[in-house]
Design a protein around this ligand. Sequence first.
Ligand SMILES: NC(=O)c1ccc[n+]([C@@H]2O[C@H](COP(=O)([O-])OP(=O)(O)OC[C@H]3O[C@@H](n4cnc5c(N)ncnc54)[C@H](OP(=O)(O)O)[C@@H]3O)[C@@H](O)[C@H]2O)c1
Length: 258
Amino acid sequence: MIIKSKKMKIGIIGTGAIGGTIAKKMVAAGHQVKVSNSDQGDKLNVRALTLGASPATIENVVKDVDVIILSVPTVAIPALPKDLFANVPENVIVVDTSNYYPFRDADIEEIKNGKVESVWVSEQLGRPLIKAFNNLLAETLENGGRESGANDRIAMAIAGDDANAKKTIAGLVNDAGFDAVDSGELSESWRHQPGTPAYCTELNAGELIQALSDGIKEEAPAIRDKAIAGLSSLQSYPAHPDVVKFNRALFEKNPKSV
Ligand SMILES: NC(=O)c1ccc[n+]([C@@H]2O[C@H](COP(=O)([O-])OP(=O)(O)OC[C@H]3O[C@@H](n4cnc5c(N)ncnc54)[C@H](OP(=O)(O)O)[C@@H]3O)[C@@H](O)[C@H]2O)c1
């Protein structure tokens, strides 16, 4: 799924490792980007300047845009203003990049009981969502992008219920330097949650399609927790290529060698 994007107005909530990198890439691709984070003062202004984006309050970042990208930890989602999307037109696409980690995000019983993470986020916001930018590490997003058509281009999964919205977001994924693979409806987005072979394993489009079909929903939380425990037990955090190797090795069938 390679779609050229038209120039768009994008609001990004969260300017950390993922939101900040998306902002930089979208600015570089010629989109008009505004950003917001948990600070509404000088820290935000400086961060926005670094990213080449405009700073915006949380209320303004969702106004007069084509796409809103939500890139905050899952635990922060219920803390967003309750009426944040009340006046956002239905045709504005909302993208969720989040991944649920119990050690960071505290207990969210519904997710722990099997609710698909972005379905839970969508219910919290009262908005349909596209899940994207969640299955690559920040380092991959920052440095792993390639020109369209490159042999070693890495793929990213996109889930959601609106085919046209997915096409638009596929264009932004392409702008960021990655192939987009449609992973199905939002309810299928567990296929690229933590603990699945599609998660942070740097696959090309063909490999990602296979990995999405190989994931086992019931096994994913235990694999996610095993991965965190394994990485935490190391004396020092491994270099990026070793983290990717580690992630692939969590699965009997290495997702890179389909
Ligand atoms: N890091 C990765 O490799 C990776 C990969 C794929 C997906 N993800 C997922 O993407 C999401 C963002 O990850 P990240 O690594 O970018 O996190 P991060 O570096 O910790 O950045 C989080 C951002 O969210 C902002 N934020 C937190 N609470 C907020 C609130 N109530 N209102 C507005 N902004 C708020 C923070 O604001 P301040 O800057 O003011 O603190 C910060 O800019 C997470 O769900 C994560 O699991 C991460």
